[in-house]
Design a protein around this ligand. Structure first.
Ligand SMILES: C[S@@+](CC[C@H](N)C(=O)[O-])C[C@H]1O[C@@H](n2cnc3c(N)ncnc32)[C@H](O)[C@@H]1O
Length: 245
């Protein structure tokens, strides 16, 4: 079963990278306010390396990991001065760092049935444990309120690809069947790839519990509804967690 295989990775890289760019710029600005101008940043679910490229160009040292080998292959081209590895959010050893980015809802993907809300909270907690104060974690999650504006069937066409997304929600899990069709040309025939993605959705009360729990541990925590010019869509929020002595 493919998961961010070659075609979806290329499509994401070429047409869905705005959030990665904005989040990296936002993290850079926030690290600057802490005096961290040459920060060590860990990029979890780094995708095609867009955020790593932005951060590296601004003077930070970036290591990115992603479960998709196609994404990592692209990331190595996008951000040649950063380092990358194929690894998973649940297995990777996170070194002590000044900044952690887990954007594009990377922590919410359910690769096994036992990965639920508790696992998302645990992943965030593991990141927090690796913050070298003063330091920042910027991550994003999805809430059940995305249901209010969910497009159940969406098709978009780009020069190289057509993508169809069929979406539904079942018991706090967003299920998307993503069909990517790479258009044929003189060099290669058309091809189609179908991927099944499941993402854990939090109830608003889960998010508040999580934020309060983190705050109780002494971290400053903000819930954000944008990290750049464009507001997030309904049900998409980011958490900015700061470790400051
Ligand atoms: C929507 S993409 C976002 C990529 C990138 N952060 C960005 O904002 O453009 C989600 C990424 O999370 C990665 N991902 C999902 N589950 C993962 C896991 N358990 N471990 C590592 N990476 C994961 C996917 O392979 C994909 O690259």
């Amino acid at each position: 079963m493919h998961f961010y295989g070659e075609d979806l990775a290329t499509l994401h890289h070429t047409h869905y990278s705005t959030l990665a760019r904005d989040a990296a710029t936002y993290l850079h600005q926030r690290l600057s306010t802490l005096g961290k101008h040459r920060a060590r940043v860990f990029d979890l679910g780094c995708g095609s390396g867009v955020s790593a490229a932005v951060l590296a160009s601004l003077g930070h040292s970036v290591h990115g990991v992603d479960v998709s080998s196609a994404m990592i292959a692209q990331a190595r081209k996008t951000a040649p001065t950063a380092t990358f590895a194929v690894d998973t959010i649940t297995d990777v050893t996170i070194p002590l760092c000044d900044g952690i980015l887990a954007i594009g809802e990377s922590m919410t993907y359910q690769h096994s049935a036992d990965y639920g809300k508790g696992a998302v909270a645990h992943a965030i907690q593991r990141c927090i444990g690796s913050l070298r104060s003063p330091a920042i974690l910027l991550c994003d999650v999805l809430l059940t309120s995305i249901a209010e504006e969910l497009q159940h069937d969406m098709t978009a066409t780009y020069p190289q690809f057509t993508v169809r997304v069929e979406a539904s929600i079942d018991r706090d899990v967003l299920h998307r069947t993503i069909t990517t069709i790479r258009h044929g040309n003189d060099e290669h025939p058309a091809r189609q790839c179908v991927e099944d993605h499941r993402q854990v959705l939090l109830q608003p009360s889960d998010l508040l519990d999580l934020a309060f729990d983190i705050a109780r541990q002494g971290y400053s925590t903000s819930i954000l509804t944008d990290v750049g010019k464009a507001p997030f869509r309904k049900g998409h929020v980011a958490l900015e967690i700061r470790a400051i002595d």
